[in-house]
Design a protein around this ligand. Structure first.
Ligand code: F6R
Length: 244
């Protein structure tokens, strides 16, 4: 895994935005795998800035988001579709019909998930997958102890993740208990992976991802098997990893 160090969140976001913009400049019709959460927010802001400066266009980009809370519709302010529209898609020239976020209201999540994977395959696979990392080592909503290699599917969220994400809701009780998530198989199928980490609360997970055994209890550790992964992390997130 290649590691790019950043001083802080702002520098991490800037470096990540350039990394993604480079991908799109080299291949304007790139298929991007996108993430939500606090970590990539600054990256999306930087990408919007690059777009507004005329340095990059998303006009031909197709995108597939990692996950969506099951039971939240696109109009719910905490749904990931809402997050992506508000924080990125509405501010750049991506064609709305080329953006895909799992349907949190799908009446048949199994069929929906199989179709989502088919759509990714039909688009030629993901060129660049953007990831964050949960403080328990999850990627997308592939939680510790889940089946290691799986396709897109409906999963139960761990208590730890519900507690982490409660900060976005009025109360913990409002956090959905399930999500549709891309599986590790779909994620590992990406040609390149960019994983971001910021803050001390990610330091244990980052250390285990980089140095620990490949272990379903730390889902991000499977990234050690992918030939083209870059981690951009700030000093706080790297503070527990050995010298590199
Ligand atoms: C988001 C996602 C999650 C987050 C992770 C970290 O689409 O799939 O795995 O990347 O929970 O979240 P933040 O960035 O909020 O710390």
């Amino acid at each position: 895994m290649k590691i790019i160090k950043a001083k802080d969140y702002v520098e991490m976001s800037r470096k990540a935005a350039y990394y993604i913009a480079d991908q799109v400049l080299l291949k304007p019709n790139s298929v991007l795998g996108l993430a939500t959460g606090s970590t990539p927010l600054g990256t999306y802001q930087e990408l919007i800035q690059l777009y507004q400066n005329g340095e990059v266009s998303f006009n031909q980009v197709r995108s597939f988001n990692l996950d969506e809370y099951y039971s939240l519709g696109p109009d719910h302010p905490q749904s990931y579709r809402y997050f992506m529209d508000e924080n990125f898609f509405n501010h750049v020239d991506v064609q709305p019909e080329n953006t895909h976020v799992p349907d949190g209201l799908s009446p048949n999540p199994d069929a929906f998930s199989a179709d989502y994977d088919r759509q990714i395959t039909n688009a030629g696979g993901i060129d660049l997958q953007l990831l964050g990392i949960g403080s328990n080592g999850h990627i997308a909503f592939n939680e510790p102890g889940n089946v290691f290699i799986a396709q897109t599917r409906l999963v139960d969220l761990k208590e730890h993740t519900i507690e982490d994400n409660a900060r976005f809701f009025d109360s913990k009780d409002e956090v959905p208990r399930q999500a549709i998530t891309m599986g590790l198989k779909s994620i590992l199928g990406a040609k390149r992976i960019l994983i971001l980490a910021s803050g001390e609360n990610k330091a244990d997970a980052v250390k285990a991802m980089l140095e620990g055994p490949i272990d379903p209890n730390l889902p991000a550790s499977i990234l050690q098997l992918h030939p083209n992964v870059t981690l951009i992390a700030d000093e706080a997130a790297l503070s527990k990893a050995g010298n590199r």
